[in-house]
Design a protein around this ligand. Structure first.
Ligand code: 13P
Length: 269
């Protein structure tokens, strides 16, 4: 199975100049690997999610490369246009050349009160505009301590059940166009990580839960996110339940991002 390593740049870098430096480094390194016939991208899909302001420029530079791109969010209000100040729609994102969007990241849930209802709308808009969706789920430290991880995840995954109840026609697109990213909130940007065994067990649960919604989604791609770096990527990559990584901080340097991709690509041979 193809692995996925996705860089969530969040509200970084600060300037277009710095975006270009990061892209230069990424494109040169990916090209060097191609020349050396160790094409990471053959066994591991690489994707970056720049902030919305940089998305079009990033896509212009990624044209012709094997690196895909995603938005970090889309509007819940309209799939196309409308009086929604500050929003970017799925259609506008797709028009830049992006083919995916992250949805439901814990930072959106925390700072923008993102609810399951709005996520069902966003998922519908993304999928009907042919954007794939990377749906983020995960428990807080308090929920982890209280051993509520699987309950929290079940509640968050119920958006897929609601989506299928409202939009049954979308079911056929889900295996190709939906990825789940399990990101424990307490592991994001903290350097703390769950054990590989814990992640593996949670991913197994997620895959089973998704399969319980519909037969068509019985082999869901599930990524791990939260303090993944060049040093710990091998251990996550070695577990067959972990199909890749959603990377924050370590995706802002081409070297560490590609080391993570290599870990998943080698594990996938
Ligand atoms: P870090 O890799 O910086 O912990 O961030 C993870 C994340 O939130 C990716 O979406």
């Amino acid at each position: 199975m193809q692995a996925w390593v996705i860089g969530n740049w969040k509200q970084n870098p600060a300037t277009s100049h710095d975006v270009n430096v990061l892209l230069d480094d990424l494109l040169v390194a990916v090209d060097a690997e191609k020349q050396a016939a160790i094409e990471v991208s053959k066994r591991c899909t690489l994707m970056v999610a720049p902030s919305c302001i940089h998305l079009a420029a990033v896509n212009a530079r990624l044209k012709g490369s094997s690196i895909l791109s995603a938005a970090q969010d889309i509007s819940a209000h309209s799939a196309s246009t409308g009086a929604y100040t500050g929003d970017c729609s799925a259609q506008q994102v797709a028009d830049t050349g992006a083919t995916w969007t992250i949805l439901g990241h814990s930072e959106r849930r925390q700072y923008h009160n993102e609810s399951n209802d709005s996520l069902v709308k966003k998922l519908t808009h993304a999928l009907t505009q042919n954007l794939g969706a990377i749906l983020c789920i995960g428990e807080t430290q308090a929920q982890y301590d209280a051993k509520q991880t699987l309950d929290v995840i079940d509640t968050q995954l119920s958006v897929i059940k609601d989506l299928l109840a409202q939009q049954p026609d979308l079911i056929a697109s889900l295996p190709e166009r939906l990825i789940i990213a399990y990101e424990p909130v307490w592991a994001i940007g903290t350097g703390k990580v769950p054990t590989v065994a814990e992640v593996s067990k949670t991913h197994q649960h997620i895959k089973q839960k998704m399969a319980s919604f519909a037969e068509a989604i019985d082999s869901m791609t599930v990524l791990y996110g939260g303090s993944v770096n060049a040093d710990n990527a091998d251990s996550f990559a070695s577990d067959p339940m972990i199909d890749g990584a959603l990377v924050g901080g370590a995706s802002l340097k081409a070297e560490s991002f590609l080391m993570i991709a290599k870990a998943f690509s080698s594990a996938n041979i």
